[in-house]
Design a binder for this molecule. Structure first.
Ligand code: FMN
Length: 217
């Protein structure tokens, strides 16, 4: 699969098969994440990968913390959002709602509880940066994450970036012994998508180019 096809096909999956992913395949995808460009080649990204019993232990701890705190959106999301941004977000949730309702679950509960359990994916990846870096370097990590998502797509794997769980960074750091010098930026669910689930088939829309670019000549 070429890069353009991976970009066009990729979507976030929220229903995963129980099928395991081989360590060799995970390493191939992570090697691609490491190919991203970064300012003066600092490569400030770090990935903590959990699977099996360790992933289950992490999930139990996040679910417990969520039961106590009940965060409904990940840190860094302004609320209320200006209308033009709120519309984009509404578009995504309206499209998913009927498919989630068909499972007998409401949208918020499905997203929150699903995020906390990495949507049942066999692999949960925690994306970390050393706190010594300024916020501009988070951009480099974002580029690497994009490479990761696209490489996974090209390898027939599915992903869902999960920001919500960073509300439980203290718990994640504790379970995975992530030192306090590191900041947890994102989690990524990785596995094989249930291709038949309408939740996974739904594709979010994007703004027309006129909304996101300005030309000057
Ligand atoms: C930084 C970031 C955080 C996200 N956090 C969550 C999350 O906590 N839960 C979730 O279900 N999806 C989450 N997503 C997935 C977005 O909802 C999704 O990317 C967006 O709706 C566009 O859909 P697509 O990925 O299918 O193209 C996140 C995506 C990004 C990039």
């Amino acid at each position: 699969m070429d890069a353009l096809a991976a970009m066009q096909q990729r979507r976030s999956a929220r229903v995963f098969l129980k099928k395991p992913v081989s360590r060799a395949l995970v390493e191939e995808v992570l090697a691609c994440a490491g190919l991203a460009p970064s300012a003066i080649n600092l490569q400030p990204w770090e990935y903590v990968i959990t699977y099996g019993e360790e992933k289950e232990r992490l999930t139990r701890r996040i679910i417990q913390a969520h039961g106590e705190l009940k965060v409904s959106c990940g840190p860094g999301t302004a609320s209320p959002l200006p209308e033009r941004y709120a519309n984009r977000s509404r578009g995504a949730s309206q499209g998913l709602k009927p498919h989630i309702a068909a499972l007998g679950s409401d949208f918020n509960r499905f997203i929150e509880e699903g995020s906390c359990s990495f949507y049942g994916a066999p692999i949960a990846i925690i994306v970390v940066i050393d706190k010594l870096f300024p916020h501009l370097r988070y951009l480099d990590v974002g580029l690497s994450v994009a490479y990761l998502l696209l490489a996974a797509e090209a390898k027939g794997l599915a992903t869902c970036p999960i920001g919500l769980v960073t509300a439980y960074s203290d718990e994640i750091a504790d379970v995975l012994s992530i030192p306090k010098e590191k900041e947890i930026l994102l989690a990524i669910a990785l596995g094989y998508a249930d291709e038949k689930s309408p939740i996974n088939i739904f594709k979010t829309k994007r703004e027309p180019l006129t909304e996101i670019i300005s030309w000057y000549e």
